[in-house]
Design a protein around this ligand. Structure first.
Ligand SMILES: [Zn+2]
Length: 424
């Protein structure tokens, strides 16, 4: 079904309106009278939003927690080693089974687009082929964009051929991991190679960049320079950028305008950054999240990714982008009203722009993709991480659930609550 009428949906501006989707496209927002033959749902005045977008994930590693063992130290490096132990035993069927389960979790939580890095270090490209299959299989319900990711290092593991082969198979974005190469010089060389490759092939770039607490890890500077030199402005994303947390303030005051000039997109991964960074610190411990408020002020597009769910690096998660934004808001101390709204944008419209999703948004002419959340607005969505009452794609309901209400009985005094603060 590709037609749907949604009655009484509350928009960000507080207005309650109806949304008419015909042939998978939003054709009307306003007062729409019920039409026979078109399925109708009542949003009951609850908040409506365009779907969540996860701009950074690892679908090939997800839900592998405990295989073959758990990460005892909880560190990034033990995670990378553990992934190395797991890789020889991977099968395409197991990879796909776990990826399917994750995609179903994501859809139920209202995420309908994911950019996933896929490890190309294995010459057989088993994981790449499995993820391309999942991309095809889930295309009706979820936009899955794949990044060719040299987890073991492009130069360090001599994986240029694997990366080129992955792109030839249909992987769309060029990845990298310059801080994991053996030296700063190798890191710079990898960035130059990968950006030139992206320029030649007309592709986007999204690198794991400076995922450390080392204030001298400045690969973002080289990435910025190469972006400008090759005319890649607006097509390059820096994922993590955690070393920016620890950099000298004067240096950052020079770096931010360079990033703005290159129109670098920033993808922070708050759940993972707060758990993996600062591990070498005694007290006080650094937070290790990149400088989000300052990057937004500098005019950069900032998005948040989930990065991991139950894998060698992170033992928790259910793929909920509201968990991600909730964590970012706290760690970056973004409790100002517009800052909280920016945190919501960082899991919706900003990553949609980074991924280049066409027809994304809640306007006439946009695709008929939207969510009804059991709350009143975007900030309340962050506070409650509420039930996703309806998840709609192309005018079809992909997932739905009942309103969550708790019934209390306090010595005979009966009442109920849904935690909603005010119904304006
Ligand atoms: Zn990652």
């Amino acid at each position: 079904m590709s037609d749907l009428l949604i009655k009484n949906a509350r928009f960000k501006n507080g207005k309650v309106q109806d949304i008419l989707i015909l042939k998978k496209v939003i054709v009307e927002i306003g007062n729409v009278s019920e039409i026979t033959d078109i399925p109708t749902i009542d949003a009951k005045g609850y908040f409506v939003t365009a779907p969540f977008v996860d701009s950074h994930f690892h679908l090939d590693a997800t839900l592998s927690y405990g295989i073959p063992r758990v990460n005892k130290s909880g560190t990034l490096l033990e995670g990378i080693n553990l992934w190395g132990e797991l890789k020889p035993n991977l099968t395409a069927d197991a990879l796909k089974e776990r990826a399917r389960k994750l995609c179903q979790w994501a859809i139920a939580r209202g995420t309908l687009a994911i950019r996933s890095h896929v490890d190309i270090s294995d010459p057989s490209l088993l994981a790449v082929e499995a993820m391309l299959d999942i991309q095809n299989e889930y295309r009706p319900w979820l936009d899955l964009q794949l990044v060719a990711f040299p987890q073991d290092g492009l130069i360090r593991a001599n994986s240029k051929d694997n990366l080129n082969n992955a792109l030839a198979l249909g992987v769309e974005v060029v990845g990298g991991i310059p801080h994991f190469e053996r030296t700063m010089d190798d890191g710079a060389e990898s960035i130059k190679y990968l950006c030139e490759l992206a320029a030649k092939k007309g592709l986007q770039v999204d690198m794991h960049c400076d995922e450390s607490d080392d204030p001298m890890s400045r690969h973002i500077e080289v990435l910025t320079k190469e972006t400008i030199r090759l005319g890649l402005q607006g097509r390059v994303a820096g994922s993590h950028l955690t070393s920016m947390h620890s950099m000298d303030n004067y240096y950052v005051s020079k770096l931010l305008p360079l990033m703005t000039e290159a129109r670098i997109s920033v993808i922070a991964n708050p759940l993972i950054n707060i758990t993996l960074q600062g591990r070498h610190d005694t007290y006080p411990k650094r937070r290790g999240l990149t400088r989000i408020p300052e990057q937004i002020l500098a005019g950069l597009t900032v998005a948040f990714g989930h990065d991991c769910v139950m894998d060698p690096w992170y033992p928790l998660g259910s793929h909920d982008m509201l968990d991600v934004a909730h964590m970012a808001l706290h760690v970056a101390q973004m409790t100002g009203i517009t800052q909280m709204q920016e945190c919501f944008n960082a899991v919706t419209e900003n990553p949609a722009r980074i991924l280049g999703l066409e027809g994304y948004g809640l306007e006439k002419g946009c695709k008929g993709d939207l969510l009804v959340l059991q709350c009143m607005d975007d900030v309340e969505a962050l506070r409650l991480r509420p039930a996703r009452l309806y998840v709609i794609r192309d005018g079809s309901i992909l997932s739905s659930t009942q309103e969550v209400v708790y019934d209390l009985d306090l010595s005979g005094h009966k009442s109920s609550t849904d935690f909603i603060f005010s119904r304006t």
